[in-house]
Design a protein around this ligand. Structure first.
Ligand SMILES: Nc1ncnc2c1ncn2[C@@H]1O[C@H](COP(=O)(O)OP(=O)(O)OP(=O)(O)O)[C@@H](O)[C@H]1O
Ligand SMILES: [Mg+2]
Length: 473
């Protein structure tokens, strides 16, 4: 009995179950085990780690066992095959060869380490057709339920276009707290869900270590349960393989929790530095899936990939406040004095959460009369909103706080040159701070003919001014 016949049989089973042919590593596993090799030796031959090889083998034994109806493993593989062959239950020689061209002739876990040395080149064929063999799987247990939602028609059309027509691999939705990142992503899912094999939504609010998140994603996407210790690199390799094999939509909400408070935007907390590799890989490796990342500030790896003009697959989506939708929201809140709503919307930058909170305050203090609320200047932000903005302010670095305070002391936008004359630090430090504050959505740039100036968003400005006057008072 020839191993070649067994490989042809195994290839047919795997293809029927998963829509994919045996990879070169899987062939290597079967051939190696047939020849009584250890997993460690097979791994060396294929330039892979032993745990990665074992995980692949476990998946293979599972598929073949299910098909045979008996438990197949390393120790009984050859004897079982020979038994079947002798009993003529399976006639290995007669199985038709189904064109098993190997399209996975590489080991991703090893390519991850190449990536940092810029030695990586894309595999021959990564854009496989959508896998229609497996049942669609939607895991939204971390997602909020659909709630009342106004407008955002244009934004939803753009996101759909980027993800479905233009094949974006990573879309990062950015915006200050309450602007509606989670809500718009949740609304997008029913619009695009039929196009994906698998949808997984995870919030990083609980700040899972990378290996915990990877295990979880691999379980959902690759249907592989990882037991015991496997390095993050190996897990990343498995994940990328899953993202290539299936057409998945993965939402990582609340990405900002990976970043350090009191530092410039995008600085990872010490134990979460390895998320850099995840973001770099999903942005730079070719795969067949799409990640939506929701965050207050962008991961720097995503910014870098996005700045590469050739990489259209990585996009940033700066979510702005509601316009038409804000009017509907205020109507829904039962406010009065519609003529003044545009002032209220401008003041709160169309932020749906902030508008909802202030609507409640206006109803409680002024029975919903917006004009009465606006006549008291500066307006009262309300405890809940102050608390929310305070959390955002506390995340800023000391220098960012100083710069914000200087910007807030001026009624009109300030150019960088003026700012530099008011603060004794090097220009490059100020440039970093300005970039960081812009990324966090704290400041806006106003471009005049001769120079650019910066100003703090209205409500944030009011928060800073109020807190300063409380301290000095
Ligand atoms: N278009 C909309 N119409 C009505 N309500 C909205 C809309 N967008 C968001 N909201 C509501 O505003 C609130 C804040 O939205 P959401 O939680 O999506 O903000 P976020 O940007 O994800 O905030 P965070 O960064 O703090 O997670 C939620 O209660 C949400 O239901
Ligand atoms: Mg959110």
């Amino acid at each position: 009995m020839e191993i070649q016949n067994v490989l042809t049989w195994a290839n047919q089973i795997v293809f029927e179950k998963t829509g994919k042919h045996l990879s070169s590593l899987q062939r290597g596993i079967l051939t190696g085990v047939w020849n009584y090799q250890k997993y460690g030796d097979i791994a060396k031959n294929y330039n892979c780690s032993e745990p990665y090889t074992k995980a692949n083998a476990a998946q293979l034994w599972k598929i073949l066992s299910e098909s045979l109806g008996e438990n197949l493993k390393k120790s009984n593989f050859r004897s079982t095959m020979e038994r079947y062959n002798n009993s003529k239950v399976l006639k290995f020689g007669d199985i038709i060869h189904i064109g098993d061209r190997d399209i996975n002739n590489f080991c991703i876990s090893d390519q991850i380490s190449f990536l940092s040395n810029q030695q990586y080149s894309d595999p021959i064929s990564t854009l496989k057709p959508k896998n229609t063999k497996l049942k669609q799987q939607i895991d939204l247990r971390d997602a909020p339920s659909l709630t009342t939602f106004f407008d955002r028609t244009e934004e939803l059309v753009n996101l759909k276009q980027w993800i479905l027509q233009e094949g974006c691999r990573v879309v990062t939705i950015l915006g200050i707290t309450g602007i509606g990142k989670t809500a718009i992503t949740r609304q997008l899912i029913p619009i695009i869900q039929t196009e994906f094999d698998c949808i997984v939504w995870r919030s990083l609010r609980t700040v899972p270590p990378l290996e915990v998140l990877l295990k979880d994603l691999i379980k959902s996407i690759n249907h592989t349960e990882i037991e015991g210790y496997i390095t993050c690199d190996t897990q990343l390799g498995m994940l990328i393989e899953g993202l290539r094999d299936r057409h998945c939509l993965i939402i990582l909400d609340d990405v900002q929790y990976l970043f350090k408070s009191g530092q410039l935007a995008g600085n990872y907390q010490t134990s979460y530095q390895d998320y850099r590799t995840l973001f770099k890989l999903i942005a730079e490796f070719t795969h067949n899936s799409c990640f939506i990342l929701n965050s207050w500030e962008p991961p720097l790896e995503i910014l870098t990939a996005n700045s590469d003009n050739d990489n259209f697959a990585v996009r940033l989506f700066q979510l702005q406040g509601l316009e038409k939708g804000a009017v509907e929201l205020l109507k829904n809140q039962g406010l009065e004095d519609e003529k003044q709503w545009s002032d209220l919307i401008r003041l709160y930058q169309g932020n749906p959460l902030w508008l909802r909170l202030v609507s409640r305050t206006i109803k409680q203090l002024f029975s919903g009369k917006v004009s009465e609320y606006l006549q008291y200047q500066p307006v009262f932000l309300g405890d809940e909103l102050i608390n929310i903005i305070q959390q955002q302010f506390n995340r800023l670095s000391d220098l960012e706080k100083q710069v914000i305070t200087i910007f807030c002391s001026e009624p009109s936008p300030m150019p960088i040159s003026v700012l530099l004359s008011k603060i004794p630090v090097l220009p490059r430090e100020i440039f970093q701070v300005i970039l960081s504050l812009e990324r966090r959505g704290w400041i806006e740039k106003k471009v005049n003919l001769d120079q650019s100036s910066f100003t703090v968003q209205l409500v944030l400005k009011q928060y800073v001014t109020d807190s300063l006057s409380q301290i000095s008072g």
